[in-house]
Design a protein around this ligand. Structure first.
Ligand code: NHW
Ligand code: MG
Length: 389
């Protein structure tokens, strides 16, 4: 497949796969800031750039509505991601964020928001190197403006604004294959509300299964098993940061998180991110934690249900509690909070609990990419310790 745009970009090219003369690291060196184009890229004449202030209720509502109606759908167009406004604010305003990286496109005449792309700053470790990067997400072009090569302009503009902050690398994920993934993960799904999932076409009744047997199969205990399990609090940030940094040290590509980052990304935020710690009843030490984020999907064309409530496994560390038990407690908590399904990638050590806890493999793949950074050999999902939203 030809990639007219991506062939021009500093990313691993398909033709270079397996070329052992290419070394790991930046593909292009940083340029002096004076060489970064100072003015925005040109848009087609009817459109204009806008910086989206996510603190502003009306702007946030416009972004929410663009994404709710035009963002990612499954292959069969049955579901579409429905990130909440609170979620978008959380995802886009981590420590040190740049408002200038929240980029919209409006119709000049009507001011209607028709396209969006964002970056947030992050430190990502690739093997032994910690690199300042942008995490790029929420690329969206209104359905009526598709296939007009607007996406490459959006990507070039976010790249330019990232360069203006003297950052030269980025990380992103996509369901589509582009040049060139450094790893590819699969989503696994654990039914919490099997009847609804079957009713809306998310899953199907297994061969020789009845609805009541299926409901029994996925039934969970009414309460969690781990003594000392409780919601994470602000005072847990130092311990959670230590646990997480130690745990992530074994993986090849991971976020480099300090206490400020952990406070932002893991402290519970109602209907956005949930984190639970295990505090030892004897020593009062925090020994383990799990977390998941809340990303509902709109159910397109169903009479009885309009929203699928999905929990997505985020970062989990099992130091003392067996991982299987910890994650079963995560399922129980999610069920109590009325989620319909619990999703997890086959990244990190997730493979060790997925089958046992009755997750089934999904049909979607998630490809991971770095911009302007070559990874020598594609990683196995179990070598990846990075979850993007
Ligand atoms: S992935 C979610 C992407 N969004 C959606 O799928 C929403 C529904 N779809 C749309 O809105 C998470 C449109 O279809 C989009 C494409 C806007 C996707 N990533 O305008 P054209 C992210 O947000 C390439 C990258 O005609 P369109 C991550 C495509 O291969 N490239 O298409 C975002 C082709 O290039 P090629 C993608 O359908 C990461 C060109 O776009 C892509 O009207 C962004 C066609 O453009 C995707 N998901 O609009 C990269 N989908 O070379 C960040 C298509 O093949 C890079 N394309 O001809 C780093 C930047 C920062 C660097 C800093 C140093
Ligand atoms: Mg387009």
């Amino acid at each position: 497949m030809r990639h007219r745009f991506w062939e021009t970009q500093p990313v691993g090219q398909f033709k270079d796969a397996g070329d052992i003369s290419l070394s790991e690291g930046p593909i292009e060196p940083p340029a002096p800031l004076s060489a970064v184009k100072p003015e925005p890229y040109n848009l087609p004449a009817l459109y204009e750039w806008t910086t989206c202030d996510m603190d502003d209720e009306q702007t946030c509502a416009e972004v929410y509505s663009l994404l709710t109606n035009n963002y990612v759908e499954d292959d069969e167009n049955m579901f579409r991601f429905n990130y909440s406004k609170e979620f978008l604010r959380w995802a886009l305003r981590p420590p040190g964020y740049f408002k200038s990286w929240h980029i919209g496109v409006r119709v000049k005449a009507s001011k209607k928001l028709v396209a969006f792309i964002t970056g947030v700053p992050a430190r990502i470790r690739v093997r032994n190197e910690v690199v300042r990067m942008a995490e790029v997400n929420f690329l969206c072009v209104h359905k009526k403006l598709r296939s007009k090569r607007l996406a490459p302009v959006m990507i070039k503009e976010v790249t330019r604004r990232v360069h203006l902050e003297n950052i030269w690398q980025a990380a992103y994920t996509a369901g589509v294959v582009l040049p060139t993934p450094f790893t590819t993960c699969r989503y696994w799904h654990r039914s919490l509300n099997p009847k609804k999932l079957i009713d809306v076409g998310f899953s199907r009744l297994g061969a020789r299964m009845t609805m009541s047997r299926t409901i029994r199969l996925y039934k969970l205990p009414g309460s969690t098993a781990t003594p000392g399990l409780r919601k994470m609090e602000l005072r847990d940030v130092p311990a959670v940061t230590r646990l997480l940094r130690e745990y992530l040290s074994q993986y090849v590509v991971v976020p480099d998180l300090d206490e400020n980052d952990v406070e932002h990304w893991l402290l519970p935020l109602e209907n956005v991110v949930e984190s639970y710690v295990v505090e030892s009843p004897e020593t009062h030490e925090v020994t383990d934690f799990f977390s998941f984020y809340s990303l509902p999907s709109s159910i397109l064309n169903n009479q009885n249900h309009s929203v699928l409530k999905a929990a997505y496994s985020y970062y989990n560390v099992a130091k003392k509690t067996p991982l299987l038990q910890l994650m079963n407690d995560a399922l129980i908590v999610a069920k109590q909070k009325d989620y319909d399904v619990f999703n997890a990638l086959d990244a990190m050590h997730n493979e060790t609990f997925l089958k046992e806890l009755k997750f089934g493999p999904g049909d979607g793949q998630l490809h991971y990419y770095l911009y302007n950074y070559r990874v020598r050999n594609a990683l196995r999902p179990s070598e990846l310790g990075l979850v993007l939203l």
